[in-house]
Write a protein that binds this ligand. Structure first.
Ligand code: ADP
Ligand code: TRP
Length: 320
């Protein structure tokens, strides 16, 4: 079984990325052949600073390795080290209806907000389909917002198989419902592009301040709060530690727990959760050669598989 996922180097990774995608992906590395990559081609649709892309790419690599990605078990690489995906993307685009892409949230949301959209952003789901199909992937662990892209991949792969004969494996998205849409500090979906994130790795003081600044209502600590499950700090606490989240939800519901103390607890649980990863990250950051070696070896393995599947698609479609 091949498990595959990718993440864009478009900014500091946050706990939504971690619980929604990275942790499930890391857990799955023991259950099959895992391929995880840094989607640097995809980041080009919205990030136009070369130095920033280079820095973000190294940061994502450090974050993933620090959080437990094991290069002995998983193949870890940079998307652009396998340029074959661009060719496959072209082949797939010839069977992708315009209407399908016009319905993509990733493109529609930006266009609706008046953000200028480029062709690559429009074609984004086709490149993502190529990423998935070129490794014969069976399972794609992602957060809720990527579900539509995986469904499009299934559509495109089926069209190709119908047109040119059985070529691609049809993948399944794997979404953990409980953490499919982790809320940000404003209650909206946590996202790098909304400025509402709690980063996995960041400055202690700044993160404490961010968490303590989460807005609450004006009820007094002693007031019972029957809607405790709707409280944002409780929801976040539950994402990080279900047991503690439950315990504090009951305390809040009963009355007697102040919002300040609740947020303090949230910060402590969050900070403690990533303590080991934080130490590991500092170690790795001092050794960028090791990180580059891991990505280089990963690219070689990924590329071998990609060349095999691309050849199959070229033959099926009459290019060879
Ligand atoms: P962002 O919205 O911060 O730019 P990405 O689109 O780069 O995040 O997403 C990377 C991965 O993390 C994807 O699999 C995505 O589904 C997952 N993810 C992002 N935000 C969340 C969230 N708030 N809750 C759960 N998963 C998320
Ligand atoms: N679009 C994904 C995101 O923004 C990143 C990505 C690119 C991806 N290619 C992929 C995820 C293939 C899973 C599989 O998060």
């Amino acid at each position: 079984m091949r498990i595959l996922s990718g993440i864009q180097p478009s900014g500091a990774l946050h706990i939504g990325n971690y619980f929604g995608m990275m942790r499930p992906a890391i857990e799955l590395q023991a259950k099959g052949e895992a391929f995880y990559f840094i989607a640097d081609y995809h980041s080009m649709t919205s990030l136009f600073d070369a130095a920033e892309r280079r820095k973000n790419t190294l940061d994502v690599a450090l974050d993933f390795l620090a959080c437990g990605l094991d290069p002995k078990r998983a193949v870890f690489f940079k998307q652009s080290d396998v340029p074959e995906v661009c060719e496959l993307s072209w082949l797939l685009s010839t069977l992708t209806p315009m209407g399908l892409l016009q319905r993509a949230h990733s493109f529609k949301d930006k266009a609706d907000k008046g953000i200028p959209v480029n062709h690559a952003l429009f074609a984004y789901p086709v490149l993502m389909a190529a990423d998935i199909l070129i490794y014969d992937s069976n399972i794609v662990p992602v957060g809720q917002d990527q579900k539509q892209h995986v469904e499009m991949t299934r559509d495109i792969a089926s069209k190709f198989n119908e047109q040119y004969g059985q070529t691609f494996v049809i993948p399944e998205p794997q979404i953990r419902e409980a953490v499919a849409k982790v809320p940000g500090i404003d209650g909206e979906k946590m996202s790098k592009s909304y400025g509402n994130t709690i980063e996995i790795f960041g400055d202690e003081k700044a993160l404490r301040k961010k968490i303590m600044a989460i807005k609450m209502d004006s009820r007094q600590p002693a007031d019972p709060k029957p809607d405790a499950d709707q409280n944002l700090a409780i929801q976040l606490l539950k994402v990080i530690n279900a047991g503690t989240g439950q315990e504090f939800e009951e305390k809040l519901r009963a009355g007697g727990l102040g919002y300040g103390d609740l947020k303090k607890k949230l910060f402590e649980v969050y900070w403690e959760y990533f303590a080991t990863a934080r130490a590991k990250r500092a170690e790795l950051a001092a050794n960028p050669d090791y990180v580059n070696k891991v990505l280089g070896e990963g690219a070689m393995k990924a590329r071998a598989k990609a060349m095999e599947v691309l050849k199959r698609a070229r033959k099926a479609s009459g290019l060879e």
